[in-house]
Design a protein around this ligand. Structure first.
Ligand code: ATP
Length: 450
């Protein structure tokens, strides 16, 4: 089995970026196999969580590929220190174990659905960019269904909407433990609806959603254009509203700007309070970084927080990603975080970000990679062989250029911006489950930034 693990490492090395491989995969220790389960150890809790979230599926499918049989993997924290030989060894090779790792979700309780207990008001940093939305959310949490109903929170990607909507739910539960509180992304709502329709369980579906005291729907823009979902959501909304239950929704756009959203839903979203979250300023970004660092037991010097805040325009998720990367590096190499180290660890990503690619360069590379004509890639043809490359090219265009959705649409033969958003979401979702797609995209990115 040692050979199979070595083969697995070889495959992962080929498919992941060097930095990813060295930081996350190389320190994994192969322990053994029991009942078709491969036991692997990692240096600490922090790395364990990260690998589970980002690489577990890839590792599992690579092991199964290498072995030619199906294996599950069991990841756990090493009982004896793993020497960080992937990176320079210091006098003290034991990586510091980061502080507490919190429980992500509420323990299963009959009256709570999907709420993330990590997202609370206490962990939400206030700044001028989010003060209004946070005040509105707090008011709703203190007095559900009396002040603002519905509450509609909108703002750009990664600015804290999910955090805030979960904070509302958590606070309500803290004050009213018996209330039924339900957090759903609109996509999950739609999937559950589709399943209920397919298995003739619509009564159950309706009873479930209409019996909630608090309904929190994240990213509601995704139900736009989906007739059946909008209709069902409309009736759920009415039933809850009429029985004085609280509804909170988030979206990346103002109701009027959501294309394909039915008028009757749009008007209902405008009944209550609409609060926006803007891009954070430098101080807020630094304060968020400090808080996240503290939560993860990362000792973050001021100048590094400044450097990170300065490197990311607004997306806080991206900011957190950088922090996690630096934290992991520090942990694995047992070295303190410094400005020079942060610059070194992030140099590839930041260079990649600085280099302004064009949509045309991306289209050419993707068309070439899939051996299709550039004109077909930009066309409206719906053949399967064209759809995936087209969606990948759209996704990369959004990731690697500063073009807006409409600008990207323009360069793909005048497509509507909602088509671009849909394509990007689709790729993002598929990438979560499909490690091969992730590796194709990683390789394309590498080529584009070479
Ligand atoms: N003010 C804040 N204080 C603390 N953490 C924040 C704040 N704003 C955002 N974050 C953190 O940034 C990350 C991204 O936030 P979140 O997922 O809520 O963004 P979003 O607006 O819902 O993004 P998307 O549009 O992609 O759904 C989360 O980890 C969240 O905790």
């Amino acid at each position: 089995m040692d050979k199979i693990w070595q083969k697995t490492l070889d495959i992962l090395k080929q498919t992941l970026a060097d930095q990813q491989f060295v930081t996350w995969i190389k320190p994994i220790r192969f322990v053994g196999v029991k009942n078709e389960e491969v036991e692997l150890e990692v240096p600490n809790r922090f790395v364990l969580d990260w690998i589970k979230k980002h690489y577990q599926d890839a590792i599992q499918s690579c092991i199964s590929n290498a072995a030619g049989a199906s294996y599950r993997i069991k990841l756990c924290v090493a009982r004896t220190p793993i020497k960080p030989d992937a990176v320079p060894v210091t006098e003290n090779p034991t990586p510091p174990v980061p502080a507490k790792v919190q429980e992500e979700h509420h323990p299963q309780r009959g009256n709570v659905y999907n709420l993330n207990s990590r997202y609370t008001f206490k962990t939400f940093v206030l700044g001028s960019s989010n003060q209004f939305a946070s005040a509105a959310a707090t008011a709703v949490a203190n007095n559900p269904a009396t002040t603002y109903n519905p509450l509609f929170i909108y703002g750009g990607v990664g600015l804290g909407k999910t955090h805030l909507i979960n904070a509302v739910g958590n606070e309500i539960l803290k004050r009213n433990p018996d209330m039924k509180v339900c957090y759903y992304t609109s996509e999950k709502f739609m999937n559950e609806l589709i399943n209920s329709l397919r298995y003739a369980k619509m009564d159950e579906f309706r009873t479930k959603f209409r019996s909630m005291d608090v309904l929190l729907i994240d990213d509601v823009q995704f139900i736009a254009g989906k007739e059946r979902t909008q209709e069902e959501f409309f009736h759920t909304f009415n039933a809850l509203y009429d029985s004085h239950k609280q509804i909170v929704v988030t979206s990346d756009k103002f109701p009027k700007e959501i294309p394909g959203l039915e008028e009757r839903l749009r008007s209902r979203f405008e009944w209550g309070l609409i609060a926006d979250i803007q891009a954070p300023d430098m101080e807020t970004k630094q304060a968020i970084l400090k808080m996240k660092a503290e939560q993860n037991g990362i000792d973050l010097p001021h100048e590094v927080a400044f450097f990170l805040a300065n490197s990311v325009s607004s997306n806080i998720r991206e900011l957190e990603g950088y922090l996690v990367r630096i934290g992991a590096y520090a942990s694995l190499t047992a070295t303190p975080i410094s400005l020079a180290m942060a610059q070194e660890v992030l140099k590839d990503i930041l260079v990649e970000k600085r280099r302004e690619l064009t949509v045309e360069e991306i289209q050419k590379l993707v068309a070439n990679h899939y051996s299709i004509k550039l004109s077909d890639l930009k066309s409206a043809k719906r053949m399967k062989a064209l759809v995936l490359p087209r969606q990948i090219a759209m996704y990369l265009s959004r990731q690697l250029t500063s073009c807006s959705y409409p600008e990207i649409g323009e360069r793909f033969g005048g497509k509507d911006h909602s088509t671009i958003i849909h394509a990007i979401k689709k790729i993002e979702k598929n990438m979560e489950e499909d490690y091969q797609l992730r590796s194709v995209i990683n390789n394309l990115k590498k080529e584009l930034s070479a």
